[in-house]
Write a protein that binds this ligand. Structure first.
Ligand code: DQA
Length: 149
């Protein structure tokens, strides 16, 4: 069995469903995690989905992914725009990294146009709402060489 794909979500994403739904939609993070698991299963893969509001916790999980994951999907949320430490952690990974955003930060406020995490990403999926996560699973599955069953 391949190692799971880690799916990490950063601050305030625990509030999905009620947080600015005009931007982020009405799906909860739990709904999104279920959809990620189903999409991964179609490729014979599993996911390990986690969310934290704390930068250090996200960094600890990225470090854990060095050994425990086949690929890493991360929606860094606000930390994407601020955290050099998270970028540095991601740069230690030898596995594919897919950056994922529900909205399209490049089309929003100027301060969202810089995303440090992007410097360590193999690729980026943004702007498709909850489907961004599913597309990120598809991308990660392709990068690890998994075939759809
Ligand atoms: C986000 C976009 C970020 O700019 C924002 O800080 C978030 C969510 C997204 O998924 O669209 O919290 O990462």
């Amino acid at each position: 069995m391949p190692k799971p794909i880690f799916v990490l979500s950063g601050p305030n994403l625990n509030l999905l469903g009620t947080r600015e739904p005009d931007i982020y939609g009405y799906d909860t993070l739990s709904d999104i995690h279920d959809r990620c698991a189903a999409r991964a299963e179609a490729f014979g893969l599993t996911v390990d989905c986690r969310q934290s509001n704390h930068e250090g916790q996200l960094i600890d999980w990225v470090q854990e992914a060095r050994e425990a994951a086949s690929a890493l999907i991360i929606n860094p949320a606000g930390y994407g725009h601020t955290s050099v430490a998270l970028l540095d952690a991601l740069k230690t990974l030898a596995i594919p990294v897919v950056e994922c955003h529900l909205s399209n930060p490049a089309a929003r406020e100027a301060f969202r146009k810089t995303t440090y995490v992007s410097l360590a990403a193999t690729g980026i999926v943004s702007g498709f709402g909850a489907a961004s996560y599913e597309l990120a699973i598809e991308a990660a599955a392709g990068l690890v060489g998994a075939a759809r069953s």
